[in-house]
Design a binder for this molecule. Sequence first.
Ligand SMILES: *Cc1c(COP(=O)(O)O)cnc(C)c1O
Length: 386
Amino acid sequence: MRRNIPYGHQQITEEDIAAVVETLKSDYLTQGPKIGEFEKKFAAYVDASYALAVDNATSGLHLAAKALGVKEGVKVIVTPITFASSANCVKFCGGDVVFCDIDPDTYLMDIKKLEKMLASSPHGTYSGIIPVDFGGYPHKMDEYRELADRYGLWILEDACHAPGAAFQAKDGSWQKTGNSRYADATVFSFHPVKHITTGEGGMVTTRNEALYKKMTLYRTHGITKDPDLLQKNDGGWYYEMVDLGYNYRITDFQAALGMSQLDRAEIGIVRRQEIARKYNEAFAEAASIRIPFVGQGIRHAYHLYVIQVPDRLGLYNHLRSKGIFAQIHYIPLHLQPYYRQFGSKEGDCPVAESYYTHCLSLPVFPTLPEEDQDFVIESVLEFEKK
Ligand SMILES: *Cc1c(COP(=O)(O)O)cnc(C)c1O
């Protein structure tokens, strides 16, 4: 029997294990020095000013949405081709989610449709947008910023798929995804299927100090010892709970794992790009397979390698019968029962709906053995050229 081939998988090295063990033997399991070191190292990796480590990206999205002012009556525009958290963070805060259809080439929130939505509503209808760097394809965020500024919107970028991605801005400069030069805040996930892992974990990056301070407060119960925020001071033990917050902290030994993983992040991206190139070349001869589009000035991080095929269910089942666990990213969020109760329905986002009926994510991860990729290619072509 061949072993099963998943669509994504983590890599844990001896260095990773040593880093975790070292932290386990130290005085701190949580709220120790590794968290701050990991934050600094990650901020440097994506070229942001501030990074806040959290227990998972969903928490990070919640902190950011709350700090950006989402509350009852606030409307936020979200892409439907994403994981549930990208929209749920708005609901956690009592806000309303409005979906904007995707671009048929990049599968990202369609900026032309976004502009139409904004132009056809009274100014102030929407407060912010949550674009998702789907599959590792980075938004040209300078263009979204221009539009957001015209309509007074904030941008919360969900870059869970895109650490290490970059894009070329209109002025020709290369910008790293998550540097938050154009987005107000950017969120990353360290779940095992993502680029780097801490088991569960996430990071929020920003260049906005006030936003960073708010998110820091919400991460730890809304409790502070910051003398600037205290109403009085009874002594060294004294703290105040100044707002309602959560416990969204990561542990020190997870931060140690994250730092060790981050050392290999670049190698991982290069390997993912190699795998994508090999798929592209192999599928060039099969007219029924649509390979991923990559525009000019894009450094794709290839969290996913998504193809579109006419008979998606057929190919999915064919691959499964061979132990290849291709996946679907994603079932359009606006069609989930939870979101339908707020009025969204079939036909709201036709491009996303059509994409969903044809998409399939093939295995792509740095440790995918060459012979496993060859077997995936052979199995896909066997079905598509029959
Ligand atoms: C994985 C993922 C999340 C959630 O990340 P967690 O760390 O599991 O909370 C959110 N958005 C996108 C696009 C993701 O891929």
